[in-house]
Design a protein around this ligand. Structure first.
Ligand code: GRF
Length: 225
């Protein structure tokens, strides 16, 4: 098996990056994390990646001022040096230009802390609580020019509890993030995800749920049947 070479792009904590790294340590996993790149040299995630023995690259965006594309060209060059096949954005806090998105069309994933298409953008947990939704979660999707809008690979859902605040809800969502990102990368890297009319279909699956993780509800739903 030829493994896909993955670059994980981060800006901060790096917990999703670690989840991907952990999954990729399994011999049968179809992808390897060949590079962790951060636009913030002080990102905690870079430290974690270094301690795990992964190749890292700190590429500070600030010297580029407002010139996003020039920064991205430097990033592209760094990524190309490592023969990367797929990019996983994992808390990468830079808006990407259409140029960069085009370079990685169909080969770049992002994780968003909400059940898209609900709650695009920032402060998703606070907004979900304010809206009174009963179910919330996270989404892994392909990156397209429009933010938080590309084809959905997998989702993870959690029940919203009445006593939740943004922090407690974020913590439970983060748990499902750490499950759906490795699952999504596995599906994509193994070539099982097919695009049809702007939607992702998972090959070889007839039962529903191959790209859905609902840890809290699983037991309760079957109780109600
Ligand atoms: C996650 O909540 C992810 O969904 C969002 O940014 C956060 C990154 O967290 N895009 P971490 O750096 O992976 O811990």
């Amino acid at each position: 098996m030829t493994k896909s070479r993955v670059a994980v792009l981060i800006s901060g904590r790096g917990s999703n990056m670690l989840a991907l790294l952990k999954a990729a340590r399994q011999p049968a996993y179809p992808a390897e994390i060949a590079l962790v790149l951060s636009n913030r040299p002080q990102a905690h995630g870079l430290e974690l990646a270094r301690s795990a023995g992964v190749t890292t690259c700190a590429l500070d965006h600030t010297p580029y001022g407002g010139n996003r594309e020039q920064f991205e060209r430097a990033m592209q060059a760094a990524i190309e040096r490592h023969s990367i096949n797929l990019i996983c954005l994992a808390g990468f806090m830079r808006l990407l230009t259409p140029w960069f998105v085009q370079q990685w069309d169909g080969r770049m994933l992002n994780i968003h802390p909400a059940l898209l298409p609900a709650f695009k953008g920032i402060n998703t947990h606070t907004r979900a609580l304010a809206a009174g939704v009963k179910i919330h979660g996270a989404t892994v999707h392909f990156v397209t020019a429009e933010m938080d809008s590309g084809p959905i690979v997998a989702q993870g859902a959690v029940a919203v509890r009445e006593e939740d605040d943004a922090e407690t809800l974020a913590a439970r969502v983060l748990d499902v993030e750490h499950r759906i990102y490795p699952l999504s990368l596995q599906l994509v890297a193994s070539g099982r995800v097919r695009m049809a009319d702007g939607r992702c279909l998972v090959d070889g699956v007839t039962a529903p749920g191959a790209a859905l993780i609902v840890p809290e509800l699983r037991g309760k739903m079957s109780e109600n049947r």
